[in-house]
Design a protein. Structure first.
Length: 444
């Protein structure tokens, strides 16, 4: 059995788990042990490698100060600190190095990309996205539309699931694009929907959008480091992502963006900054901006070296374990095992029955993430029943007290994500055991 498929051991031993007593697991029989951490979809764990590299940067700062920009004890001069990150990041998103930039934050990068690629006209001015996109995206869409003088209520088309369903059907998304083709300026979905965990058919949506003459961009916050991506080959126009979820770069970690190479001679930065100026003359401080070729010309300020070092440490581990294909194979096995355990629970309600069961008096749950493994990443979203009955909060508290860390979404959803880099089959087993115990308690 390979390290990839042996689900009893972590794929990497680099990662540090929270200590039970530190997260309030007072009822755990072994409160000093590491927690069952299934929350990498919200914040990935710290790796020893990232910890070491951040400490090295602090030491370089303390011993060399400003000299560290050009002379670094680990040969990572700060002036080129992202040069080692960009190729690793490009591999994870299926791009070439000049198409990506390690920079900024997700929403800041989203605005930069929309400033360049959302060019509404009187005829084409609409943005198509999924209903209930992540709020930051919704705010960005609305503010960009209003800045161009349009009404968000008219200019933003949100594609919703069919009645009685929780996720979107591919044919429905493509149908909306077809029906509104002449008025769409931009198609911008999440690679993986943060709430339901649905992995959208990115290749087919991108192709349809491009065939209809639309610009197509993606928010990969929950897809980066989670599922295989081929942004260049899929002909995606642009994409943005954060790195602190499955990328394990740390809270508020530095983000990334992608711009397809065919735009590099066409789209130049509208909001130039000195770090986007070509390196050869950057420190000569010329008055005229000369952008670095490709996506990296969109950089504005020098990046936080500590954040870059943390990301670099994590991305090295991705490379060492074999990259996205290895991770995906393991992820399918782990998430499939968790899904099987959950569906075997006596409290599980099939999704098709959950709508009618939503007013039931006894507690239960359904899974609103697609059952098709190819239509999901490492996340399963559990909707607790009865809806609005306060069950989720009680279950979540029980899980935390027993050392199981998931992610709650008010009012009724808990997201569990077995990250393939560090989670094991034992994590899945423990999570479902304590979930069942919690519901047993509530059923008395």
């Amino acid at each position: 059995m390979s390290a990839t498929t042996d689900l009893n051991v972590p794929l990497s031993n680099e990662f540090l788990r929270p200590i039970n007593r530190e997260i309030g697991a007072v009822d755990s029989p072994e409160p000093g042990n590491g927690a069952v951490y299934l929350c990498g979809n919200s914040l990935g764990l710290l790796s020893n490698r990232s910890n070491q590299m951040v400490q090295e940067e602090l030491k370089a700062w303390g011993t060399r100060a400003v000299v560290g920009h050009f002379s670094h004890p680990q040969d990572r001069p700060w002036v080129t600190c992202t040069d080692k990150v960009n190729p690793l990041m490009a591999e994870l998103v299926g791009a070439n190095e000049k198409e990506v930039a390690c920079m900024g934050t997700l929403t800041n990068n989203l605005h930069l990309m929309m400033d360049s690629f959302y060019k509404p006209t009187a005829e084409r001015y609409k943005i198509v996205c999924e209903a209930k996109a992540f709020p930051s995206d919704q705010y960005a869409f609305a503010s960009q539309v209003k800045a161009h003088g349009f009404d968000p209520e008219e200019a933003i088309i949100e594609v919703s699931p069919r009645d009685g369903e929780y996720t979107l059907r591919e044919e429905d998304i493509l149908g909306v694009l077809e029906a509104n083709a002449s008025s769409i300026a931009l198609v911008l979905f999440s690679g993986i929907q943060y709430y339901t965990g649905q992995y959208f058919p990115m290749k087919s949506i991108t192709k349809k959008a491009k065939d209809l003459g639309c610009i197509c961009g993606w928010d990969l916050a929950h897809a980066f480091g989670n599922v295989p991506l081929s942004l260049h080959d899929w002909d995606v126009d642009f994409a943005v992502w954060c790195t602190y979820k499955y990328g394990n770069s740390g809270p508020g970690g530095i983000a990334g963006l992608f711009i397809h190479e065919r735009w590099h001679k066409v789209e130049k930065p509208k909001y130039a900054g000195w770090w986007g100026h070509e390196l050869a003359t950057r420190f000569k401080m010329p008055p005229k901006f000369s952008p670095t070729p490709g996506a990296q010309g969109f950089q504005q300020s020098n990046p936080c070296v500590l954040a870059v070092a943390s990301l670099y440490g994590s991305l090295q581990i991705f490379k060492e374990v074999g990259g996205t294909s290895v991770l995906r194979e393991r992820s399918l096995l782990l998430t499939g095992h968790l899904d099987q355990l959950l569906r075997a629970s006596k409290y599980f309600v099939p999704p098709g029955e959950a709508i009618t069961a939503s007013k039931r008096s006894s507690p239960g749950f359904t899974i609103i993430t697609p059952s098709d493994p190819e239509a999901r990443g490492a996340q399963l979203s559990l909707l607790f029943l009865p809806v609005g009955g306060g069950i989720m909060v009680k279950v979540f508290d029980y899980l935390i007290k027993h050392g199981v860390v998931g992610d709650e979404r008010e009012p009724d959803v808990i997201r569990l994500a077995p990250a393939p880099l560090y989670n094991t089959i034992a994590d899945c087993d423990a999570a479902v055991r304590y979930l069942n115990e919690a519901l047993d308690t509530l059923s008395k």
